[in-house]
Write a protein that binds this ligand. Structure first.
Ligand SMILES: Cc1cc2nc3c(=O)[nH]c(=O)nc-3n(C[C@H](O)[C@H](O)[C@H](O)COP(=O)(O)O)c2cc1C
Length: 219
């Protein structure tokens, strides 16, 4: 078996075993963080990989942490992604959509002026996000402010947002989804003791810290 032999399972067949890692590109059309023709061209150019994982993609209005990253929860975003998936399929490739919620790795400009949400109200140390605003049209790296601790209602809503975004990605023509559970974003923030100081069912022991992720996987 080599890297260039096909891979097949009941759920998925790939032309080879090369997988392109997810990479944030920040090239959406504004306003609305909408995938566009440039993105379709970019992904189609890479369709000789067995599988492409897209850049991380927002599941909801409060899940964004960097300017110009795409979403997959509005009709316009889903229509934009349809161009991308059609172009990749036309070129013979397969493509999964990586969906994320950044949690505390965000900024009020993405949150209608209020604090981002996180498992606990703990400011990330040394983590910056890239924002473009009127004062800095060329973009700048800024600190993330102290987040607001999520209520149980927030948790239930974000779990539902992950489920809706996954369904929307499939409706947009993706061959599957990848849930971004690493790199210090929301799911990882629940998993780690430095960002999760909760004393309810979602914090404390490893079983409790993994409950948020487990709950959304079961949806
Ligand atoms: C510019 C850039 C953007 C990235 N964006 C994402 C992303 O959206 N989602 C993700 O899971 N990882 C992202 N990563 C991490 C990469 O997918 C990869 O895991 C990382 O570069 C380590 O891989 P390596 O050891 O092969 O370099 C990004 C990395 C880079 C350099």
């Amino acid at each position: 078996m080599s890297l260039f032999t096909a891979y097949g399972s009941a759920a998925l067949t790939l032309q080879n075993r090369i997988v392109m890692a997810p990479m944030t590109r920040a090239r959406t059309t504004q306003p609305g963080n909408i995938p566009n023709d440039l993105m379709a061209q970019y992904y189609a150019q890479r369709a000789t990989a067995g599988l492409i994982i897209t850049e991380a993609t927002q599941i909801s209005d409060d899940s964004q942490g960097y300017s110009f990253t795409p979403g997959v929860y509005t009709e316009a975003q889903i229509d934009g992604w349809k161009k991308v998936t059609a172009a990749v399929h036309q070129a013979g490739g397969k493509i999964f959509n990586q969906i994320w919620h950044v949690g505390r790795v965000s900024h009020p400009i993405f949150q209608h002026g209020v604090a981002p949400i996180a498992p606990s109200a703990i400011t990330p140390v040394g983590t910056k996000v890239w924002i473009v605003d009127e004062q800095h049209p060329e973009g700048q790296m800024v600190d993330c402010p102290k987040p607001r601790e999520m209520t149980k209602a927030d948790i239930d809503r974000v779990v539902a947002d992950f489920a809706n975004a996954g369904a929307s990605a499939i409706a947009a023509g993706f061959d599957g989804i990848e849930i971004h559970a690493g790199n210090g974003y929301l799911i990882d923030q629940f998993l780690r003791t430095n960002s999760n100081h909760r004393t309810d069912a979602y914090g404390g022991s490893p079983e409790k810290r993994i409950r948020f992720y487990w709950t959304l996987l079961k949806r």
